[in-house]
Write a protein that binds this ligand. Structure first.
Ligand code: DI6
Ligand code: FE
Length: 399
């Protein structure tokens, strides 16, 4: 039992306006969950004997959630960064055997310990900003053993650090060299088999794919999602990042948790997502890194009532980003989201994109996953660039 007192709450509860702010507030935690919150003056007298922490008037928000990362990988792509600065496009680099496939080579060569050791500093950078949950995708193995190794590494991260991990199997990320021009065969002979093995080992929380000209067609993703559904696993999809292939629409037919990227999403895709209750996960770090100019349809998503989440997309190629606070700033500056939408995108809607709705807001009955900040007002979290005002983080009520 613990009372946090002398705080300012941004509950981010659904439907609440102005961040769900509660001034001069307190919050009570029992067995890792929030059991009461409100103005301190209204705290039940029975709680006055509980242990208390005075947080000096600081702002308390839900802990942040990074709902789309590829944080486990071998090597890095600084060379490709240089090439792109000399004029090569992301697609040209990919078609020339660089891009995702160069990370596949490095990831195949890495042991589980190597992968863990290289991922942990990136994970720690997120943790230091008050992140409590991270989604981690496979997809740089593209063979059975390496895909399994990536997912096992992701699970180990959840044991090595005080953090909740959700894994996504992304075997359909790219066509590996041994299946060049035989994407269908890859889906049938490797991708679906690796999924079965990974699911059997309990390594998969959701199934993801990359539906794009340089990756897989909707028909190929459809076959993978059919298997996911048979296994009882939810799906999500990288869709409409570089072109509109109707990926979001396909994902919606499977009741997807989310469709992600979405720069090229059109009206029919938005309608389908809205009907399915799928979250739109926007990834401003990839937009920024690739110097995209086509903006995701933020206003149309708002109008359709599609919840918008944001994430780092942490990966070695298109988004070598390990700051969710900077991602919030980019969502505002690049995508014209409001600071409140950016915070909702990194808390409430991110939780929904992962199917972990026991987190992401401050409400009675939710997990006490909290971030305590040295700021005056919540808009500061998105406003500042490259500054980390985290004072303390609680995961299920523990620091
Ligand atoms: N879209 C992305 O932005 C990442 N994966 C994907 O499907 C990029 C992955 C990479 O370039 O390594
Ligand atoms: Fe991604």
């Amino acid at each position: 039992m613990l009372i946090l007192r002398n705080i300012k709450l941004a509950t981010m509860a659904p439907g609440a306006t102005a961040y769900g702010l509660v001034e001069s507030a307190a919050l009570a935690i029992r067995e890792g969950d929030i059991i009461w919150l409100g103005p301190e003056s209204e705290m039940p007298t029975s709680m006055s004997v509980w242990p208390q922490e005075d947080l000096g008037g600081r702002l308390v928000t839900p802990a942040l959630i990074d709902c789309h990362t590829h944080i486990v990988f071998g090597g890095n792509r600084a060379r490709e960064f240089e090439l792109r600065l000399k004029g090569a496009s992301y697609e040209e680099v990919a078609r020339a055997g660089g891009g995702i496939l160069s990370t596949v080579t490095a990831t195949r060569a890495a042991s589980e310990d190597d992968l863990l050791a290289s991922a942990l500093p990136r994970v720690d950078a997120l943790l230091a900003e008050g992140v409590s949950a991270i989604e981690i995708k496979s997809g740089y193995g593209l063979d059975i053993e390496t895909e399994l190794r990536m997912l096992r590494t992701a699970r180990r991260i959840g044991k090595e650090r005080p953090l909740r991990i959700r894994t996504s199997y992304l075997g359909a990320h790219a066509v590996p060299p041994e299946f060049k021009d035989r994407a269908d065969a890859y889906i049938d002979e490797t991708c679906r088999i690796a999924l079965d093995r990974a699911a059997e080992e309990g390594l998969v929380d959701a199934v993801d794919g990359f539906c794009e000209g340089i990756a897989f067609t909707p028909a190929q993703i459809d076959r993978l999602f059919a298997r996911a559904t048979q296994l009882g696993l939810p799906v999500k999809l990288h869709a409409e990042q570089l072109s509109d292939l109707g990926g979001a629409r396909l994902a919606a037919t499977y009741g997807a948790l989310s469709a992600d990227h979405l720069e090229y999403l059109g009206a029919d895709g938005i309608a389908a997502m809205s009907g399915a209750g799928a979250v739109a996960v926007l990834l401003p770090g990839a937009f920024y890194t690739l110097r995209e100019t086509k903006l995701p349809p933020v206003q149309a998503l708002r109008d359709a009532g599609v919840p918008i989440a944001i994430a780092t997309d942490c990966n070695p190629g298109s988004s070598p980003l390990t700051s969710l606070l900077l991602t919030m700033n980019m969502a505002c500056t690049l995508f014209r989201m409001t600071p409140e939408e950016a915070l909702a995108g990194a808390t409430r809607n991110a939780a929904r994109a992962l199917g972990i709705e026991d987190a992401g807001t401050l409400e009675v009955g939710k997990r006490a996953d909290l971030a305590v900040w040295d700021v005056q007002e919540p808009a500061e979290l998105a406003y500042r660039i490259g500054f980390n005002p985290l004072h303390r983080r609680y995961l299920q009520g523990r620091t």
